[in-house]
Design a binder for this molecule. Structure first.
Ligand SMILES: NC(=O)c1ccc[n+]([C@@H]2O[C@H](COP(=O)([O-])OP(=O)(O)OC[C@H]3O[C@@H](n4cnc5c(N)ncnc54)[C@H](OP(=O)(O)O)[C@@H]3O)[C@@H](O)[C@H]2O)c1
Length: 229
């Protein structure tokens, strides 16, 4: 082994360059930031919204060939659908779009959090996590979870070319998590790391409460790195 070879070579991941990525709630900070980064990396991206007009206007602001449409059309026309809506609207939105999302790779990045005087804290959904709620509501979709720990501020900043972070990718189907890892790897600086099955999504979603504390104390936009991988 030469010094340039890793002891843990990355597994072969699929080519995702031709896949269309939709972002439900793509008019918000997180969705818009992901849409921007993926489109900049050359991915075809559709921003979804409850209002087609809002989606079109957010897409026009981003440029880069990004299209905007209502959430249902976005789900229908995409191969991979990122869910980037607040926890409060998560269940209702997914239940309404179960048909449109059938057969799609769904990537849930929703962090169920509460906030009080002491800061952010993790909520525990009845199903165990937002990702497990998605899986329960979307039995015909290929549900994964990723992108929980990214800073929307960094994602949206056009002055920042590289975002130095790993992205934990969870899911119960290897082929689906491989696609999401490959998608993550398209964004300069990011690396998708498989991090277990959906039953372990709660800790990953909850860790955002800790990252918010880090960010407040150190005035940072902290990311995560997994070592020795
Ligand atoms: N912000 C971050 O740094 C960050 C980082 C990692 C993960 N996340 C997760 O990403 C998700 C979105 O975060 P965000 O900061 O982008 O939130 P946000 O701006 O408050 O909401 C995103 C979009 O969701 C739509 N929406 C709002 N309420 C809804 C409802 N009840 N039902 C359906 N759609 C609704 C809105 O779009 P329309 O009005 O156009 O439909 C809104 O623009 C959250 O679950 C969060 O935990 C955020």
């Amino acid at each position: 082994m030469t010094s340039l070879e890793s002891a843990n070579p990355a597994p072969q991941l699929p080519d995702v360059t031709q896949l269309v990525v939709g972002v439900l709630g793509g008019t918000g900070d997180q969705g818009r930031g992901l849409a921007y980064r993926l489109a900049k990396a050359g991915q075809q991206v559709i921003i979804g919204s409850r209002s087609a007009e809002r989606a079109e206007s957010a897409a026009a602001e981003l440029g880069l060939g990004v299209r905007g449409m209502d959430n249902a059309s976005t789900a229908r026309q995409s191969d991979i659908v990122i869910i980037a809506v607040p926890w409060d609207g998560h269940g209702e939105l997914l239940a309404a779009l179960a048909g449109e999302l059938a057969g799609k790779i769904v990537v849930d990045c929703v962090n169920p959090l509460g906030f009080d005087k002491q800061g952010a804290y993790a909520l525990t959904p009845e199903e165990g996590s937002a990702a497990q709620q998605a899986a329960a509501l979307l039995p015909d979709s290929r549900v994964t979870a990723a992108f929980h720990h990214l800073s929307a501020v960094l994602l949206q900043d056009p002055q920042i070319a590289t975002i130095d972070t790993d992205v934990l990718v969870l899911g119960d189907e290897r082929a689906a998590t491989d696609v999401v890892q490959a998608l993550t790897d398209r964004i300069p600086g990011m690396r998708g790391i498989y991090a277990g099955r959906l039953r372990n999504a709660h800790q990953v979603e909850s860790l955002v409460a800790n990252l918010i504390s880090v960010n407040r104390r150190y005035k940072a936009h902290a990311g995560l790195r997994v070592t020795d991988v």
